[in-house]
Write a protein that binds this ligand. Structure first.
Ligand SMILES: Nc1ncnc2c1ncn2[C@@H]1O[C@H](COP(=O)(O)OP(=O)(O)OP(=O)(O)O)[C@@H](O)[C@H]1O
Ligand SMILES: [Mg+2]
Length: 249
């Protein structure tokens, strides 16, 4: 029997225990409704180390959003253990979980989820408010970083799709979370805005953020350092882009 192992594997194996920011052990999520029970995620076991950029791919209904909701502490496993930054999230109360989420995770969604009657800077300040206290200067600086300083006083309806996505990125980053979760971050964007978002994500990865990104786009998936494929709730992890490949027999 042969096994292909890349340098990414070796480094990940050595550092995984100390550096895992996300670690799943036999995590299952079942939904029970009037039509019966659906096992949307089936005994998933894997970990993501600090600074990795992971792409989650898979067909519609394979469990991607289910997994992202669990990683974002928006939902809890039916069974199994999920640890984020070393903490078993199932042991936390809802209030502790809210606090933990605000500290650890920034969300970038395909549907931007901006508050329609708040300006760009107010939308960013809302994330500050939920975390600790608002600071308009910092919020404006975050918008400057994504190239939106001149749009700080615009409402979402007065922004292009790409600009709205950049407000979301500023909002996701404002509390400096170590983990960024993105669900189809370029799904609604034209090529030029897609490029801007890719450049921002690459900058964040270079700055040490851990990025977990759901994408249907092979070009986006190719930017990640590792791909996790889902099929019918089953997880298949495979490294991509590893510079050295050793074939062991
Ligand atoms: N609240 C729910 N109740 C019952 N079944 C659900 C619920 N949410 C999701 N499912 C089922 O779980 C499975 C996984 O759903 P999920 O939303 O995670 O898929 P996905 O990979 O994100 O798909 P898409 O690419 O279409 O967004 C699907 O078969 C779906 O029908
Ligand atoms: Mg989905």
């Amino acid at each position: 029997m042969s096994r292909i192992e890349t340098s990414t594997d070796i480094v990940a194996d050595q550092t995984r225990a100390e550096c895992a920011v996300i670690s799943l052990s036999a995590v299952t999520r079942e939904y029970t409704g009037h039509a019966g029970t659906v096992r949307a995620l089936d005994t998933a076991t894997f970990s993501i180390v600090a600074g990795e950029w992971v792409a989650i791919t898979g067909p519609s209904g394979s469990g991607k959003s289910t997994l992202v909701n669990l990683l974002g502490c928006l939902d809890r496993p039916t069974t199994g253990e999920l640890r984020i930054d070393g903490v078993d999230v199932s042991s936390m109360s809802p209030a502790e979980l809210d606090r933990f989420r605000a500290d650890k995770i920034g969300f970038i969604f395909q549907q931007f989820h901006l508050i329609p009657y708040l300006t760009s800077v107010e939308n960013v300040m809302l994330a500050q408010y939920f975390h600790s206290m608002t600071d308009e200067g910092e919020a404006r600086a975050a918008l400057d970083r994504v190239g939106l300083g001149p749009r700080a006083s615009h409402l979402p309806s007065e922004l292009s799709g790409g600009e709205q996505q950049r407000v979301c990125i500023a909002r996701a980053l404002i509390n400096n979370p170590p983990i960024l979760l993105a669900d189809e971050p370029t799904g609604n964007l034209d090529a030029a805005n897609q490029r801007i978002v890719i450049d921002l994500l690459q900058g964040l990865h270079a700055a040490g953020h851990t990025i977990v990104m759901v994408t249907h786009d092979p070009e986006m998936a190719g930017l990640a350092s590792r791909r996790i494929a889902l099929n019918h709730g089953k997880v298949f992890c495979h490294p991509i882009g590893g510079p050295v490949v050793n074939l062991r027999r």
